[in-house]
Write a protein that binds this ligand. Structure first.
Ligand code: DGL
Length: 275
């Protein structure tokens, strides 16, 4: 009698202590990385800043998709167990294609229209985001689902990502841009402003100076970290709490200031490698 062994492909198990890959068009996603590291301190994190190609805001969805594929392939080659697209613009342009192409968990983000609509007292909310995010089908869907009972004033912030990439968080030019972009929101009476791009939390103090303490700013980083925790937990992929998570950064920025800017935004020494 012969034994027949069926040729069933065995899926290699992903180890729970494998790292999580996080990326953005540049340094903005570090605002999300901070929330992830605070909530999941045992996770090893790999961050890619695609700064040579920033901003994504004016690029076509096809261009953004190809950047997302290249970075995701890199992070998977480094052993990533999950990917966080720490970029509203890339999520809108590429997350469906990424989920169709890759089998690992992929967490994306979108401007916090729903929580802002719930938080607003006067029913007028402002959304600061990239032009790419604002003209995406995903954003139209968000407005359709959650923006019906409030007035939503949107403002594309061309040039702001570049200021933040250069680390100009409190400069006059950055303040002037913010004054220009916040004015239409204030003119309409917005009492709540959504920071719809992951770069913008880094200029939140400047935005508050411009719009006043009475206007609430809403950022999505904490919600993304919670969503990531939920997905990893459901898949039994949360790291064992046996050692502190290590965080490593890669950048393709041509600027000599890339490392100091990353360290200033991260808030401490960082291992920064070339991507
Ligand atoms: N940080 C980004 C976002 O959340 C991208 C900005 C850009 O590159 O235009 O949308």
């Amino acid at each position: 009698m012969t034994l027949e062994i069926k040729n069933t492909p065995i899926k290699p198990a992903i180890p729970a202590n494998a790292p999580i890959g996080v990326f953005d068009s540049g340094v903005g996603g570090i605002s999300v990385l901070q929330h992830i590291h605070a909530l999941l301190p045992y996770e090893h994190l790999l961050y890619v800043a695609d700064s040579r190609y920033a901003p994504y805001g004016g690029k076509t969805p096809q261009e953004i998709q190809s950047r997302c594929f290249e970075i995701t392939d890199f992070l998977i080659a480094k052993g990533a167990k999950a990917i966080v697209v720490a970029c509203n613009t890339a999520t809108a342009a590429a997350i469906d294609r990424m989920r169709a192409k890759y089998s690992l968990p992929i967490i994306g983000m979108e401007p916090a229209v729903k929580p802002a609509a719930a938080a607003s007292k006067n029913g007028v909310i402002g959304v600061l985001a990239t032009v790419g995010t604002l003209k995406s089908a995903q954003f139209a869907g968000l407005l359709e689902s959650y923006g019906r009972n409030v007035k939503v004033v949107t403002q594309g912030c061309t040039g702001l990502v570049e200021c933040i990439e250069r680390g100009e968080l409190a400069d006059e030019a950055t303040r002037n841009l913010l004054q220009k972009y916040c004015k239409p929101l204030l003119d309409e009476g917005a009492d709540t402003i959504v920071l719809g791009c992951t770069h913008y939390p880094f200029v939140a103090p400047l935005i508050t100076q411009v719009v006043g303490e009475g206007v609430a700013l809403i950022d999505t980083g904490a919600a993304v970290a919670k969503q990531l925790q939920k997905r990893l937990s459901a898949l039994d992929l949360l790291a064992w709490p046996d050692q502190a998570g290590k965080v490593r950064f890669w950048t393709n920025s041509p600027s000599a200031n890339a490392k100091p800017v990353i360290e200033a935004l991260w808030g401490g020494d960082a291992e920064v490698l070339a991507f």
